[in-house]
Each structure stands twice: as C-alpha cells, then as structure tokens.
Design a protein around this ligand. Structure first.
Ligand code: 8YV
Length: 332
C-alpha cells in the first residue's frame, strides 16, 4: 500500500527484522515488511520502494541516483548498520533524502566480535575444533596446533573510529598489548590515552611492527584493496590479520595466497569481497577463521540497531528530526 491509500506515511522494511519493531513501526506507518526475508533483487527492491516515504535498509540495498529518480516520494532511508557504503550520500542529499545509520549501539559488541576472531585465529581455535571433530586427536603432542600469543604483543588497528578504539581498550587493558593505529586522521591526545595509549603510525610501519592487525576501516574509494599483496608482504610471518570492517578493504585473493604461502600465520574474516560469496581460495585455507558477517550479532545489539533505525524513521517522518543523521544539512 502506498501513501495514496491512507494518511499515514508508507515505509518498506527491506529485510526481516524483530517483529516487535515491525509492530512499533505499524503504529506510525503503513508498513510493507520483507518478513519472509526473501532476497529481493535491486529491481524488486525499487518496485517495493516506489511510492514509499521511508525505508529501513540493511547494508545490502544500494541507494543511488537511479534508485532515487525512480522513487520521488522517498524522504528517508534508515540503515540498520553503522556502515553506509550502500548509500550514495551526495546523491541522497541532492534528492533531499535523509540518510541515517546505527552507530554507538553496536560498538562494544562488534569489538567483542573482532577480538573473538583475533583470539580464534591466533590460537587456531577453528583448526583445533575441526581436528578434534575429524577424530584426529589421538595423543598429546608438544607441537600440536601451536599458535601465537595475544597477551603482551603489539596490536595494530587500521581504522580508529569508535569500534577501533573499543578494540584498542580491550587489547591494552585486558591483554597488556601495545597498541599502534593508523587512521585517516590522528586522534586527540585524550582519545589516544583512553584507547590504551595508542600510538599513531603510518600504515607500513604498523604492518611491519604489529603481531596482530585488526581492520575496522569502512569501504571507500581510498580504502579499496588497502591491504593487498604488497602490504601483506610487510607483515610478520607470525602475524594475524583480522577484518571486521568491510569486504573489499582486503584483496581476498592476495590474502589467500599469503596464507597459503605462510607469509602471515593466520587470519580472521567476518567480511568479504562480494559477500555472501567467499573467495574459493580462502575456503581452502585452514589457517583462516571465517564468520558470516556476525560481528554485531548479539541479540540485544541487533535489537538496539533495529530500534535505532525505527526511531530515526519515526522521528523524521512524524516531526522532522533524526537521531543519527548522515546528511544533517537536510534537517536545517
Ligand atoms: C550489519 C555492519 O549487521 O553495522 C554495520 O556496518 O556491518 C553490521 O553490523 C550489516 O551491515 C547489516 O546491516
């Protein structure tokens, strides 16, 4: 149903979300929700979006000039994600469409997820479990599944936003790690202190010195393949690489080659180029822990993300305000 059938604004929810959040939205809007969680093609999504005033999107729905031209009634897209590389922000602003994301509510959970991947990769947890389940554990051996230490080592964080800083705190305070970071811009001295005394360094220095590298960078034209063959070659052969930022920041083919060649020891990946497809060469590497984009996936956090996206839709379409706008110039 579209705006022509009722006084209530109309919205579409692109993927299934918590029923209680759908119910909350139904109090304010005529809601079309993909509760069957079908994989709508781009064309199908635009068909559903046409005539709607708002959309609750995940990172999967691309909103660009073409989509916006086809949906002139659209006023807001609320991403249930902190990342927003699916939004063409200048095009949205030009079309007068507010964009919102879901920051803060997922920071600590996502940092936990990143740290879990780091621990699992460095200590070969997945390999150990596969070994055991395959019935290969017959006796104790001094060199069975030897990994690398995490405590007391050097942690390198690429992308020092809120999640990067939360990982730094875990490393420094919980594991006595020395923290190096690289970011578009240097943090204030106070923030560096809060992030476990993190030290700003160039990317090449970070890659050379870190025992464990965690990528939390967004995908932008500048960060695409930020870590490729040349960068992997700088890392220690005992190093671990974790990516919880975005697929495409790492050249997955180059990473698989580095893992196979023993150029680095291990990797932990939650995001992939072209996900949900995963590069077949990565699937063949035993020294990589692979998870299906679940770093933010704790029950309370995913609910908080959905609620924040819903609140942005309600606030904007009922009173013209928004909690976490990405193009706040539209609010003025
Ligand atoms: C989301 C994420 O689950 O917030 C982000 O940027 O990557 C994840 O937390 C995913 O993008 C689906 O919306």
């Amino acid at each position: 149903m579209t705006a022509t059938h009722t006084d209530k604004p109309a919205i579409v929810i692109a993927r299934a979300i918590f029923p209680e959040v759908v119910e909350q939205l139904q109090q304010y809007f005529v809601v079309e929700s993909n509760q069957a969680n079908e994989s709508w093609s781009g064309t199908e999504f635009v068909k559903r979006l046409r005539g709607k005033h708002g959309a609750l999107t995940t990172g999967e729905q691309r909103i660009d000039a073409e989509v916006l031209a086809a949906c002139p009634d659209l006023k807001i897209c609320a991403n249930m994600a902190v990342g927003h590389d699916n939004f063409d922000l200048p095009a949205m602003t030009a079309a007068g469409v507010l964009a919102t994301n879901a920051p803060d509510v997922l920071t600590e959970t996502t940092a936990d997820g990143g740290f879990a991947l780091l621990m699992a990769a460095a200590r070969r947890i997945s390999e150990g479990e596969h070994f055991l389940r395959a019935g290969k554990w017959r006796e104790w051996s001094y060199d069975m599944l030897l990994g690398q230490d995490v405590h007391g080592t050097t942690l390198g964080i690429v992308g020092m936003g809120r999640i990067g800083q939360a990982i730094a705190r875990r490393g420094a305070r919980g594991f006595g790690m020395t923290v190096l970071y690289h970011n578009r811009s240097r943090l204030s001295a106070g923030k560096e202190q809060d992030a476990g005394g993190a030290r700003y360094v160039r990317l090449d220095e970070l890659l050379r010195r870190a025992d464990h590298v965690v990528l939390v960078a967004p995908l932008t034209p500048q960060t695409r393949h930020l870590i490729g063959a040349a960068e992997l070659a700088l890392m220690k052969p005992t190093a671990t690489l974790v990516n919880i930022g975005r697929g495409g920041v790492v050249d997955d083919a180059a990473l698989a080659a580095a893992l196979q060649a023993g150029q680095i020891a291990a990797a932990g990946l939650d995001v992939f180029e072209g996900e949900p497809s995963v590069h077949p060469a990565l699937l063949r590497c035993s020294n990589v822990v692979l998870t299906p984009h679940i770093a933010s996936a704790s029950a309370p956090t995913r609910l908080a993300m959905a609620r924040l996206a819903a609140d942005n839709l309600i606030d904007y379409l009922t009173r013209g305000t928004a909690r976490t706008p990405l193009n706040p110039e539209l609010l003025a």
